[in-house]
Write a protein that binds this ligand. Structure first.
Ligand code: IMP
Ligand code: MG
Length: 369
């Protein structure tokens, strides 16, 4: 991820993929030009890198020139195209190929056609490295298109956002949804996860997604996903990860204006952690941290036995059941600790002390993310 001015961009097309695309365009155009010497006209500023790589790869003699037009302000294409440097040589009778970095609304292309209207060129062809079909509002033919892309703002390889990003060798795409703080919260039974999740929710305007609650909600309300999940449970089978992920996705979408999410009860396996990463990625977002409340086993046992006296929960009253639940927790979460540690995202937080002390420790971790 990179930041230019106030906005974040994520990797979109690698340097290598750009190179392959440019090569393909070169091959196609060289083939069509046969023995003619074409004049390649780059449209500045954006096309400088494309033109440079393109002509270096071009296998036969050619001429190169530029015109300089400006239409973009910030993230938006404007109707008002300014011609800053026009054509400086006679192109009558020549085969001309326009080399554009990107065609968006087509306003710039219209200005190009206006410029060439009285030039008496033999042939005017349009080649663009990138093309946004959803944004294009004109009907000029595009003879060579390197790659169609969605209608999202990109930078790199000559393309800029308010002056920055032209120098990047690869293409980056604007991140649209920017959930900032997404946490996976872990803690053995009795660690105080529920209590702390409530504080985090309020302090950081996060939405707490407890997988258990999500399942109960979907099943109780007989949603399509709930019914699907239930059909597996009724057969005594595990609910496939994809069903769970689809439910979590629905929760995330319901809360599009949240600052982020606390995932609780998911993931439990490596495959689920990968699926969650993929889900967040599809939202232009990511898991920022796995936070695990760490509490010594003996303290947990005492806490749970204490809780058992008043809660009436049977599994809180029996010491050996408590101990096996704790053992089970460490067995299951060890792989996830490794998974998030490998991404530098694992944070263990001491869960012994007053509720307020623990809250402060959690806040300290989150504030550094
Ligand atoms: P059009 O006139 O709307 O077709 O836009 C063409 C010009 O706008 C390009 O030559 C770029 O300079 C600029 N442009 C269009 N889309 C983008 C983008 O996603 N990133 C950066 N510049 C863009
Ligand atoms: Mg341009």
């Amino acid at each position: 991820m990179i930041k230019l001015h106030d906005l974040s961009f994520k990797p979109f097309i690698s340097e290598q993929d750009v190179d392959v695309t440019v090569q393909r365009m070169v091959d196609e155009i060289a083939n069509d030009m046969q023995d003619e010497i074409p004049v390649f006209v780059g449209i500045l500023n954006g096309s400088f890198m494309f033109v440079s790589d393109f002509v270096k790869k071009y296998p036969k003699p050619c001429e190169v020139t530029f015109i300089k037009l400006a239409s973009y302000e910030g993230l938006k294409s404007s109707e008002d195209i300014q011609r800053l440097i026009g054509l400086t040589q006679d192109l009558s009778g020549r085969k001309v190929v326009i080399l554009e970095d990107i065609i968006d609304s087509g306003n710039t292309l219209e200005a190009i056609h206006r410029i060439f209207k009285n030039e008496n060129v033999d042939e005017l062809k349009i080649a663009t490295l990138f093309y946004k079909p959803e944004a294009y509002k004109k009907d000029y033919k595009l003879h060579y298109v390197g790659r169609e892309i969605p209608n999202k703002f990109i930078v790199g390889y000559g393309l800029d956002y308010n002056g920055l990003g032209r120098d990047l060798p690869a293409i980056y795409q604007l991140k649209t949804t920017q959930y900032m703080t997404n946490l996976v919260l872990f803690g053995p039974p009795g660690a105080g996860k529920g209590t702390q999740a409530e504080f985090l929710k309020d302090t950081y305007n996060l939405v707490h997604i407890s997988t258990g609650d999500v399942f109960r909600f979907n099943i109780k309300n007989e949603t399509a996903l709930g019914m699907l999940a239930k059909s597996y449970m009724d057969k005594g089978e595990l609910v496939p990860d994809q069903v769970t992920i689809d439910m979590l996705n629905a929760e995330v979408e319901k809360n599009a204006d949240a600052n982020g999410f606390i995932f609780d009860g998911f993931p439990r396996t490596n495959a689920q952690a990968e699926a969650l990463d993929k889900l967040m990625d599809s939202k232009d977002s990511q898991i920022n941290a796995m936070i695990a409340l760490e509490v010594d086993d003996e303290v947990l046992v005492q806490r749970l036995l204490e809780r058992g006296k008043t809660s009436g929960r049977k599994d809180d009253a029996n010491e050996s059941i408590i101990r096996s639940r704790i053992t089970e927790y460490y067995k299951k979460t060890a792989v996830l600790k490794d998974y998030y540690t490998a991404q530098d995202k694992y944070f263990g937080v001491d869960g012994v002390g007053s509720i307020q002390d623990i809250t402060e420790r959690l806040n300290t971790v989150i504030d550094t993310l």
